[in-house]
Design a protein around this ligand. Sequence first.
Ligand SMILES: NC(=O)C1=CN([C@@H]2O[C@H](COP(=O)(O)OP(=O)(O)OC[C@H]3O[C@@H](n4cnc5c(N)ncnc54)[C@H](O)[C@@H]3O)[C@@H](O)[C@H]2O)C=CC1
Ligand SMILES: O=C(O)C(=O)Cc1ccc(O)cc1
Length: 299
Amino acid sequence: MLFYNKNILIVGLGLMGASLGQALIKRRQSKDDFKVLGYARKQQTVDIALDNCIIDQGSSDLESMAKQADIIVLCVPMLSIESSLQAIKPFLKDQVILTDVGSVKDEVIRASKKVFGNMPNYFVPGHPIAGAEKSGVMAANSELYDCHQVILTPDIYTDKIALNTIESIWKFVGAHVVEMNVEHHDHVLAATSHLPHLLAFSLVNTLNHRSENREIFHYAAGGFRDFTRIAASETTMWHDIFKCNKDALLEVLNSFTADLDILKEAISSNDEQTIKSVLSEAKTAREYFTEVLQARSNK
Ligand SMILES: NC(=O)C1=CN([C@@H]2O[C@H](COP(=O)(O)OP(=O)(O)OC[C@H]3O[C@@H](n4cnc5c(N)ncnc54)[C@H](O)[C@@H]3O)[C@@H](O)[C@H]2O)C=CC1
Ligand SMILES: O=C(O)C(=O)Cc1ccc(O)cc1
């Protein structure tokens, strides 16, 4: 185990950070294998994390935690990454390894360059493609990463030991690790994650505005429930993601609205052929996605 005997510090004990801590502690054979440290701004969050086997030791004093850390995992909202890096910088050990779980990788690189002057070779940006509409320490789920993908976006200068260490941490909690370049990552996630969240938030608002007393929601079926679960997601987190991935998100949103206009026009002009071809193409693509999901869970 590449992180045997190491102190792993989780900065930000919300859904992602707390789930990682709990997953690590649950899967280790002995307390001597490694230690999980936690930093949260509120002592109350640290206390909850201690009570729920999310961390072994924690504090709301960042210095005392960062000084002991061999590996640091930033689990804060995107627009808090720069200030978190700035805050830990004075206390970093010589051989420290850094990583993060942020949803937009270009912003992580930008923030690192701003704080360190360059992208440190011991910083391995990461993004677990696992999550939920829940947030905060109480949402911790030790199985969150099991059978899910984690994308790492190293560059040619990234230290190989740092990269292998971060990969081994994610594999330890059951994830499949893949590597991708930053630009491709941010474009793919704009399409597969950021756009669906934006549409869910927007659809719920449209329906909400149409019904002053929200009566409409009482008659919503499973389709509405499935389509809009993610509209209950954390506001700051999604504001930050939309802001940080603005260009890629607008690009895919433009494609979406163009396709939507085609469907709208087909409905308006009773164009049966176009309507059926749009629906059947989407159905085939969704069936392929079901196969991808099944293959992944059989791995
Ligand atoms: N929720 C999800 O489904 C996923 C989230 N992510 C990414 O993970 C990161 C964390 O998200 P969640 O854990 O879901 O959010 P969360 O809201 O559950 O937790 C974030 C935690 O960071 C704390 N925090 C905020 N600013 C801080 C600062 N400057 N210093 C220390 N703590 C600070 C908050 O108080 C909160 O406890 C975000 O960057 C998000 O983009 C990535 C994959 C999935
Ligand atoms: O709740 C869901 O279904 C998600 O899609 C979770 C999610 C949110 C943000 C990410 O960057 C990755 C995964």
